[in-house]
Design a protein around this ligand. Structure first.
Ligand SMILES: *C/C=C(C)/C=C/C=C(C)/C=C/C1=C(C)CCCC1(C)C
Length: 244
């Protein structure tokens, strides 16, 4: 009897210089850990803050599920999982808009503010998806339209209705709102940069080409987990009997 051994590799070997694969790996773990952290902390907060912290956990949990899939997809095909990337965003970015609304409710935020922000975020993402996929020969144009929606959101939270509500709320809500505003202005700006590294446009001549996925993975970790921690921190400060 011969001693043949049959290996059927169900897992692809990840090379040490595969930064995309590596950041997908770290990303899925970080999103999962963050979700456990937010979910398990829930019971210590006052009722009115639980929804906000629950949404933080849902954002990282939805991302975790997508990251597990995207990590495997990348390992199998060495190709960007663009479609599921955008499915993830279309679910999680509106939930981030919801976070703004939830913390501003104390100052009387109306639902139309929430719907306006969700609408703008969907426009931003759908046009970005067009530019990366079906209309990639006009990526700069679609990226520009997406950018307009993005800056509209930035305007809304920094100077528009949302900012006025934050000032009216004052205290810890105002402070947290300000930090979230910085996340949107600086943390979210990594996405258009990633987009420009991955598509052809006037910017390609000086930016060159790079890995879209590494940029998106780093941005997701910063923004989704960071956002959640700001909300968590606000809930800790606003709940009388919790020690941070
Ligand atoms: C958790 C996921 C988040 C916070 C995703 C945010 C995505 C963006 C802010 C994407 C913005 C884009 C532009 C402003 C222009 C180019 C196309 C996009 C969609 C990458």
């Amino acid at each position: 009897m011969s001693n043949f051994m049959f290996f059927s590799a169900s897992v692809a070997k990840m090379l040490p210089n595969d930064y995309v694969g590596f950041t997908f790996f770290i990303g899925s773990m970080a999103m999962m850990a963050a979700s456990a952290f937010f979910f398990l902390s829930l019971s210590q907060f006052d009722k009115k803050w639980r929804t906000s912290v629950l949404v933080s956990g849902l954002i990282t949990f939805i991302a975790a599920v997508h990251y597990f899939y995207m990590r495997d997809y990348w390992n199998a095909f060495q190709e960007s999982p663009t479609f599921f990337r955008y499915v993830d965003w279309v679910l999680t970015v509106p939930l981030m808009c919801l976070e703004f609304y939830l913390i501003l409710k104390v100052a009387g935020a109306k639902q139309n503010l929430l719907w306006k922000m969700i609408f703008l975020s969907i426009i931003m993402l759908v046009t970005g998806y067009f530019g990366e996929t079906i209309f990639s020969n006009q990526a700069a144009l679609w990226g520009f339209i997406s950018g307009v929606a993005y800056f509209w959101i930035v305007y809304e939270i920094w100077l528009g209705e949302a900012s006025k509500l934050a000032v009216a709320a004052g205290g810890d809500v105002l402070a947290s709102h300000k930090i979230l505003c910085w996340f949107v202005l600086v943390g979210w700006a990594i996405y258009p940069l990633g987009y420009m590294l991955g598509t052809e446009g006037w910017y390609t001549s000086f930016l060159g080409k790079g890995s879209v996925d590494v940029a998106y993975n780093i941005a997701d970790a910063i923004n989704k987990i960071g956002f959640g921690l700001v909300i968590y921190n606000l809930a800790v400060k606003s709940t009388s009997n919790v020690k941070a």
